[in-house]
Design a protein around this ligand. Sequence first.
Ligand code: NA7
Length: 532
Amino acid sequence: MPRTEPDVVVVGAGFAGLYQLYRLRELGLTTRVFETADGVGGTWYWNRYPGARCDVESLSYSYSFSPELEQEWTWSEKYPTQPEILAYLEHVADRFDLRRDITFGTRVESCVWDERTRRWTVTTGSETVTAQFVIMATGCLSVAKAPEVPGAASFAGPIHHTSHWPHEGADVSGSRLGVIGTGSSGIQSIPILAEQASDTTVFQRTPNFSMPAGNRPLEASEISAMKRDYRAWREQQRSSGFGVPVPEPTKSALEATEQERNAVYQAAWDQGMLTAVMSAYTDTLTDAAANDTAAEFVRGKIREIVDDPATAETLSPRSFPIGTKRPCLDTGYYATFNRDDVHLVDLRETPLVEITEKGVRTTAGEYEFDALVFATGFDAMTGALDRIDIRGRDGQRLRDKWSEGPRTYLGLAVAGFPNLFTITGPSSPSVLTNMVVSIELHVEWVTDMIAHLRAQGLRAAEPTPDAEDEWVGHVEEVGNMTLYPEADSWYMGANVPGKPRVFMAYIGGLGVYRQRCDEVAANGYEGFELAS
Ligand code: NA7
C-alpha cells in the first residue's frame, strides 16, 4: 500500500523528480512522487512534436550520478531526439526501480502547511497525504499557453499544441496547415511539418535568432572517448558558467576588427552549438554595440539563406539583443521559407484577431486551414507552481506572495513556506544552463539539507526574509548588468499577458552559484531558520 504519511512528497517525475526520489531513497526516507502524466519524463513526456530535440548535446545532457549508467547508455546523435531522451528516462526509472513510489495520472491540487504538526498536507484529485517535506520538481516549461485570441473551440479541424502533441502522432500530410509561433518548438517542427503538409503558413509575432544544429550521428570513437573521460568532463560541467564547458572568451567584440569578428562568428556558426556565437566575446550579453555585431552576423546569414529579400527581412530579429530570448538551433529552418508552398505572415504588421471555424483571422483577412499548430510556448518558471494551491505559514498563498514576481532564497526555498523546496526554481540559474547539471546540483543540495536536519533532530527549515530579500536583490542586480531585461522573453514573464515583468533566472553563472550554495551549507545553512 502506498503510504499516506511519507517523509517526503515530490511533485513531478521528470529529470528532477526521478533523481530526487533516487536520492531520498538512498537516505532511507519514504517518498511519494505524484505525476500528472501517465509515464515518467516530464518535459520529454509531453513535447512530442515532430523534430523535438534537446539543444544541449547528448553526451552532456544526461545524469552524472551513476558511472554505471553513463557506461551502459549510448546516445546515437549529436543532439538527442525527444524519443531517445524519453527512452533514457524510462531506462533510468526501470534500472533504479523508481516506478513503485510514483503515482501516475495524478495532479497535485494543493499543499497546505500545518504549523502545529510541522507537516504539509498534500491533496490530489484522489487522495490526501501528509509529509514533512514537499519538493517541487514541477519543471520550468511545463504549463503550455495558447495564443491569446478567441475562437479556438470553433475551428473545424484539429489543433495541436507542440507541447501536447498526440502520442499516436498527427498526420498533416496533404493538409493546409497554419502554425502560430516561432520559438524553439516552431523552429524545430516547421521544416518537418512543411514537408508533410500541402501548404504551410507560419504566423510570426517575433522573429527569433536560430543557428544550424549540424546534427549528425555520433561516431563510435567520440562516444568511447567521452565514456573514458566522463568523470573529468562532469567536473568541468559542474564548475562551468552554463553547465556545458566552453572556452571562456577573453576579448571584447568591439576590440576585434570586423574581419576578425566575422571569422570568429563563422567558426561559432559552423560549430552548431547554442551558446557559441553568444560566448565568442566577453561583452555580447552586456553591451548593446557588441551584441549587435553578433546579431548582424546572424541577420546576414538569414539574408544569404532566404531567397526573397522581403521574407529574409521579416525573419530577421531586430527588436531584442541576440541571446536575450532563448536562441534556437535548427535543421533547415530559414531555407524552408524558400519553398513555394510555405508562406510567412508578419503578425506585427497584421496582428491575430481570432481563430475561426475555417482558420485564422488577422487584421488583413481570413486564412483557411485544415489543421492548426500552436507553438506558442509556456507560462514558464512559475506557471506550474502557480497552478497548485500552495499555502504556507498563516495560510499565506504562494501565488499571492509572488503576485509582483517570484521571491526565493537561492531559487530553492521560500520565506514563509517551511520545508518546501523548488528544484530549479525561479531565481536559480536553471533555464540559462544545461538543466540536468542544475537539477543534480539542487537535488543533491536539498537531500544534504534534509539529511542535516534529521541528523540534528530538527523538524523544519525556512529561509529568513532578510536572506530572501538579499538574494532577490542580487539576482536583479546581476540581471540588470546584462541586456536580458530588454527582451520581451519568457525569462521576463513577458510572453504571458498580465504576468509581472521580472527576470526569473540567475545569470551569475552556474559555477559561481554552486559555490554560493556550498557556502550556505558549510555555514550551517546560513540564511535559514532551523527549528526543532
Ligand atoms: P517560446 O520560445 O515561448 O515561443 C513561443 C512562440 O509563440 C513565440 O514565437 C511567441 O511570440 C509566439 N506566441 C506566443 N503567444 C502568441 C500570440 N498570442 N500570438 C502570436 N504569437 C504568439 O516557446 P517554445 O515552445 O518554442 O520554446 C520554449 C523553450 O523550450 C525554448 O526557449 C527552449 O528553451 C526549449 P513572441 O516571441 O512571444 O512574440
